[in-house]
Design a protein around this ligand. Structure first.
Ligand code: FAD
Length: 462
């Protein structure tokens, strides 16, 4: 549909990342006329600066580790080093292939794609470069950017964000990673595999602090074994430049020096100066507030993705975007259960979870009503073959459903699909125990954990 003064789209979307483009694709599929406005590249953070390029780096790191460890498997291999140009070429190839595919998809659904920076000009319109795009409804999906701390300036050279880290033209000798959340531990892991001397600084008492404490502790043990240094429980107090790098100080008086500092303290919403408040959209600290149907305080405006205060994950953006498209097309929609969203941290070893932590379950149901079981991957044949260590921990409400699955170990991210079905279908341990899991797979460990929880452990020692 072409835009002119009289055109009224069914939906005008500001931002072409995971949240925006998924809404565009689904809305177009349902017969709505859609305009999708993007100032940079279709695909947004996930495709160009997030999920996809980081996982390519992590995979290159995995190959480096395998080259180093070949002898443990009787394979003669040596690690000669990282050709960072080659790594970028591989990573960029993955990204550009997916980018082309996505552009084709958007074109094939007859979506009006508008390249340019947009600004909300009324509850039903967005202005882009002097042109007005009017819709029955507007979807805000402008995403997020890396945050910093007060007094900490990201210079892009020695003090960098994940955006810079993904295009770094060298492998640094050493690096400090400020923040032990998902993004921080993923970079720490990839860099360590590349041969970087890494130190993570996390103010909270654990790495990946939103995960079940057992997962955090297992990851810390694994990172210690890999020689990844970390400091927990003390906050950053300052950074200064040294002759050839940076020196970071913590509130507890400790200092660390390295060639560069990666600031990975979270991401903040992109909403400033975009006309949201002027249109009457209720906000909180830059985030757009929405109800469970992603509707803002203005009837004609919805918002999705990292811009709203829900989990900052690409698949959450997809789900929220689809929900809005279906609601606007008149389909019956149900709110998202955010506890049921699978979460994966793709470091080595991986951390994957769905549902709630043991601590949260005790808070909700009472300490005496929560049952847990841990299955050690040491008893799992495939994990042994891969030489990976870890555990699967289940959290159950006594005599009821499994409400949390928490996994640590290489490739555990691939197991989260079944874990998600178990949680979301409110499965009882006995029901899962009855399902046969293929041998030898790591997936079998999930079956074994449920056998144990159902009171009939097979390959469990405890
Ligand atoms: C390093 C890193 C690794 C990550 N890894 C994972 C992972 O493994 N799995 C996972 O699920 N998630 C991951 N994420 C998170 C994921 O990338 C985000 O949750 C997701 O991209 C959010 O989608 P979004 O559409 O809300 O925002 P974005 O993807 O940020 O898209 C917003 C878009 O809006 C555009 N825009 C902004 N303002 C305007 C304007 N005024 N006019 C026009 N366009 C505008 C931007 O250019 C951008 O393209 C990662 C993030 C990072 C940074």
């Amino acid at each position: 549909m072409a835009n002119d003064a009289n055109t009224v789209f069914d939906l005008v979307i500001l931002g072409g990342g995971s949240g925006g483009y998924s809404a565009a694709l689904r809305a177009a599929q349902l017969g709505l006329d859609v305009a999708l406005i993007e100032k940079d590249k279709l695909g947004g953070t996930c495709l160009h600066r997030g999920c996809i390029p980081t996982k390519a780096l992590l995979h290159a790191g995995e190959l480096a580790d395998q080259a180093r460890e070949g002898a443990e498997f009787g394979v003669m291999s040596t690690f000669e080093g990282i050709d960072i140009g080659g790594v970028h070429k591989y990573k960029d190839g993955v990204v550009s292939g997916l980018y082309k595919g996505l552009q084709g998809l958007v074109a094939s659904r007859k979506i009006t794609y508008v390249a340019g920076e947009g600004r909300l000009s009324s509850p039903t319109s967005v202005d882009v470069g002097g042109e007005r795009y009017t819709g029955r409804h507007v979807l805000l999906a402008t995403g997020s950017v890396p945050k910093s701390l007060p007094g900490l300036t990201i210079d892009g050279v020695r003090i960098i964000s994940s955006d810079h880290a993904l295009v770094l033209d060298r492998v640094p000798k050493s690096a400090i990673v400020l923040g032990g959340g998902v993004i921080g531990v993923e970079f720490a892991s990839a860099w360590k595999s590349f041969g970087v001397d890494v130190t993570i600084v996390e103010a909270l008492p654990h790495l990946v602090p939103v995960e079940d404490e057992n997962s955090s502790k297992l990851l810390e043990r694994a990172f210690r074994k890999r020689g990844i240094n970390f400091s927990l429980g003390s906050r950053f107090s300052g950074v200064e430049y040294t002759a050839d790098g940076v020196k970071v100080s913590l509130e507890n008086g400790k200092t660390f020096e390295a060639e560069l500092l990666l600031v990975a303290v979270g991401r903040g919403p992109v909403s400033q100066g975009l006309g949201y408040e002027e249109a009457g959209v209720a906000m909180d600290r830059g985030y757009v507030l929405v109800d469970e149907y992603m509707q803002t305080s203005v009837e004609t405006i919805s918002a999705v993705g990292d811009l709203v205060p829900t989990l900052q994950l690409a698949h959450v953006g997809f789900a929220e975007g689809i929900l809005v498209a279906e609601r606007l097309a008149g389909l019956k929609v149900v709110p998202i259960d955010y506890d049921g969203v699978p979460r994966v941290t793709y470091c080595h070893p991986e951390v994957a979870s769905v549902g709630i932590t043991e601590a949260k379950a005790k808070e909700l149901y009472g300490a005496d009503k929560v049952v847990t079981v841990k299955y050690n991957l040491a008893g799992n044949g495939k994990s042994k073959i891969l030489k990976t260590a870890g555990e699967i921990k289940l959290v159950q409400v006594q005599d009821g459903a499994v409400v949390g699955v928490h996994m640590v170990g290489d490739r555990m991210g691939e197991q989260v699909g079944e874990a998600q079905l178990i949680y979301n279908w409110e499965a009882l341990p006995a029901e899962v125990a009855q399902l046969i899991h293929a041998h030898p797979t790591q997936n079998e460990a999930l079956g074994e954990a449920h056998l144990a929880l159902a009171g009939k452990p097979l390959h469990s020692h405890d």
